[in-house]
Design a protein around this ligand. Structure first.
Ligand code: SF4
Ligand code: MG
Length: 314
């Protein structure tokens, strides 16, 4: 079967003064129907920009995204409006992404208004149905966002994203702003909804702690570049890239018998306006070699389905 989404060499550059900020610098990714791909990297690595560009909330600098085989970057406004219904987004901060002056009915009903589908009593019934679907009380339809807890607000954001019955959802750090005790509930809800509705997710996270429980495969990014892609289990058991190893070393292991040495990376993430030559990770890499300063490593399939870009494997 062909992938639902095919991302082909997508680049998104921003202009800052007279310089280029390469937020996403060549992204290739196939995402299959019903799959969850985790997208992981530190803040500023371009993962949110990647998520937004893939569904064309940002205009790309170059590349292509095929949705069911059709290049959405070449779609006109009418086609794009149709496509919008298929591709939705859940945002990191449920506080900021909900209009405080709108009732829950208006928040969740807004996509219907924008796309001119359902009205009056039918719309209201559908909103109630969506509230129940995400585990909220349908009688709370006239309440305002501030009357809900953080976890409940994220459920409202999820209900809104589901309103138009999408196929693909970009979840941009949907649990990062929530209490740890609530995070698992929201992840379980997303998994549940995926099963019920056949959804496909790109799940963005800034570390590797929670993402394993929802992702089938995980892509690690750094400074706009792809560093490693593998099945979740493989990535945790057998990470290849030195950056992935460092990220993993900071994830707590439940089994006290297993010891993993903490790898502390030196320095900060360099500015994306002026990234290092060669491998962009070389200024922080504990095993950098001479070649790393000169040559940007190729993206290579090192083991079946397990890709990385690092001179240790070229
Ligand atoms: Fe480290 Fe070199 Fe591999 Fe980059 S290419 S991650 S600097 S070893
Ligand atoms: Mg972000």
């Amino acid at each position: 079967s062909i992938p639902l989404i095919q991302v082909k060499n997508v680049k998104k550059y921003f202009t800052v003064g007279n310089k280029k900020l390469k937020a996403v610098d060549g992204l290739y990714l196939d995402i299959y129907q019903g799959e969850t791909v985790g997208l992981v990297g530190e803040s500023g690595c371009g993962k949110s920009t990647a998520g937004r560009t893939i569904i064309r909330l940002y205009e790309p600098t170059s590349g292509a995204v095929l949705f069911n085989g059709k290049n959405i970057f070449q779609s006109n406004d009418r086609e794009m409006s149709q496509m919008r219904r298929e591709m939705q987004m859940i945002f990191q901060d449920p506080y900021a992404s909900l209009n405080p002056r709108m009732t829950v009915e208006e928040v969740i009903g807004e996509p219907f208004a924008i796309h001119g589908v359902l009205s009056g009593k039918k719309r209201r019934e559908r909103v109630k149905e969506l509230l129940r679907l995400v585990g909220l009380d349908a009688d709370h339809i006239s309440r305002f966002p501030h009357e809900f807890s953080g976890g409940q607000r994220q459920r409202i954001g999820i209900a809104r994203a589901l309103a138009l019955d999408p196929t693909f959802i970009v979840c941009d750090e949907p649990i990062s702003a929530l209490d740890v005790s609530i995070q698992a509930q929201v992840v379980n809800l997303l998994k549940d909804l995926q099963r019920k509705m056949g959804l496909t997710y790109l799940f963005i996270a800034h570390d590797l702690s929670m993402v394993k429980y929802i992702s089938d495969r995980i892509l690690v990014m750094y400074l706009g570049k792809m560093f490693e892609l593998a099945d979740s289990e493989k990535l945790y058991e057998d990470p290849l890239h030195p950056y992935t190893k460092a990220l993993l070393s900071s994830v707590p292991i439940p089994d006290p018998e297993v010891k993993r040495e903490r790898i502390i990376l030196k320095g900060d993430v360099p500015s994306p306006i002026d990234p290092p030559s060669g491998c962009v990770f070389r200024t922080r890499c504990p095993v950098a070699m001479d070649v790393c300063a000169k040559v940007d490593p190729d993206w290579k399939e090192v083991k079946p389905g397990h890709f990385t870009a690092c001179h240790l494997y070229q």
